[in-house]
Design a protein around this ligand. Structure first.
Ligand SMILES: Cc1cc2nc3c(=O)[nH]c(=O)nc-3n(C[C@H](O)[C@H](O)[C@H](O)COP(=O)(O)O)c2cc1C
Length: 337
């Protein structure tokens, strides 16, 4: 009998879309998902995704070339829509013949999807509502990533469980990968049984042996429990706060104090609305890099999902993958009896 026979059968559609052996994406993580981690993922049979963060076209081209020198398997490139160099980044992906682009940080319009398609690249994106998901598919989107608020990094307000029922179960014919709070193979298999074509995981891979994240960053994540991974509290609607899920630290407390200070200054006419908003926006600038590269776990941003509480060991990509697949296969054997 072929290994993982049952799970292979139900992830076949996702594997075909990705061109991988397993329908598991290693979600892009800025400063973490670089050529080494991504190529290791793709070589192991899953689908790695390069994070382009705030890169420009040349930097991205180099990173893609480096990744291609380490794997001949497919991998994706994550592009952030508000990056001012977005057009150059798309051209870089086209020139380097990337197979898939994953758009994040907004809703792409049809022209953008068409432009990426003109390079022969498949386009994935996120959507927070059924109406937007349907519109994206009408505009030619190849697959949707449905990411619940449990996930690490920038998140929407709705949990994976609710998104499944709000969106996935209402647009059954389109391919959907589910993200946010997934780790165990039983849950991965359940998503496939519900109609997903695959899953995207992030937090667990930030702690992988092959992840270049600083030792302090990994240790902080491995020590954390689910309730430590929070989104910041917004003190006043006039000063919107980006919902970024990260482990609470000294920086989180300082950010609360900063919000109070900005509010007080605004009420005393010491700063304008715009100035106050900018002060808050700038607070976290560079914070993920400080945590991931310098190991500043006190004031850096320790982005991670709530599933962090279940990640207790630094394991290799191969081990993480083998565990998920074995759990999924056993689960399917059990329910088929
Ligand atoms: C440290 C970190 C950085 C992330 N950076 C990005 C990013 O740059 N672009 C993106 O689309 N998603 C980003 N994400 C989200 C992941 O790609 C993935 O969708 C998410 O982690 C999945 O949920 P999980 O954390 O519950 O596994 C990030 C997540 C983490 C933990």
């Amino acid at each position: 009998m072929r290994k993982y026979e049952k799970i292979r059968k139900i992830m076949d559609r996702g594997c075909k879309i990705l061109g991988s052996d397993y329908a598991i994406l290693g979600g892009a993580m800025t400063w973490i998902s670089e050529s080494n981690l991504v190529s290791t993922m793709s070589n192991a049979g899953m689908f790695g995704v390069l994070a382009s963060g705030a890169m420009d076209g040349d930097l991205l081209k180099n990173e893609i070339t480096l990744t291609q020198s380490k794997t001949n398997r497919n991998f994706g490139v994550n592009l952030i829509l508000m990056n001012p160099k977005l057009q150059d980044l798309i051209d870089a992906c086209g020139e380097k013949k990337v197979s898939h682009v994953i758009l994040a940080g907004g809703i792409p319009d049809k022209d953008l999807i068409d432009k990426i398609h003109s390079y022969g690249i498949q386009v994935f994106s996120f959507a927070p509502s059924l109406a937007l998901a349907k519109r994206l598919f009408r505009h030619g989107l190849d697959a949707l990533i449905l990411e619940g608020s449990e996930a690490g990094g920038h998140v929407g307000p709705i949990s994976t469980m609710v998104l499944l029922q709000d969106i996935m179960l209402n647009i059954e014919k389109y391919p959907i990968f589910v993200a946010g709070g997934i780790l165990r193979g039983e849950i991965f298999a359940s998503m496939l049984l519900l109609g997903a074509v695959g899953c995207q995981l992030g937090t667990v891979f930030a702690c992988a042996k092959e992840s270049i994240a600083h030792e302090n960053f990994k240790k902080a994540l491995l020590r954390a429990s689910a309730k430590d991974a929070v989104t910041p509290i917004q003190l006043d609607k006039k000063f919107p706060v980006a919902p970024v899920r990260a482990i609470e630290n000294f920086g989180t407390a300082e950010f609360m104090a900063k919000q109070k200070d900005v509010l007080r200054k605004f009420e005393n006419n010491e700063v304008s609305l715009e100035e106050g908003r900018l002060l808050l926006e700038h607070f976290w600038a560079g914070a993920l890099r400080r945590a991931v590269q310098n190991g500043d776990v006190e004031r850096g941003s320790l982005m991670s999902g709530q599933i962090v509480g279940a990640v207790k060991e630094e394991k290799s990509i191969e081990d993480i993958l083998a565990t998920i697949l074995a759990e999924a296969e056993n689960f399917l054997c059990k329910i088929c009896q």
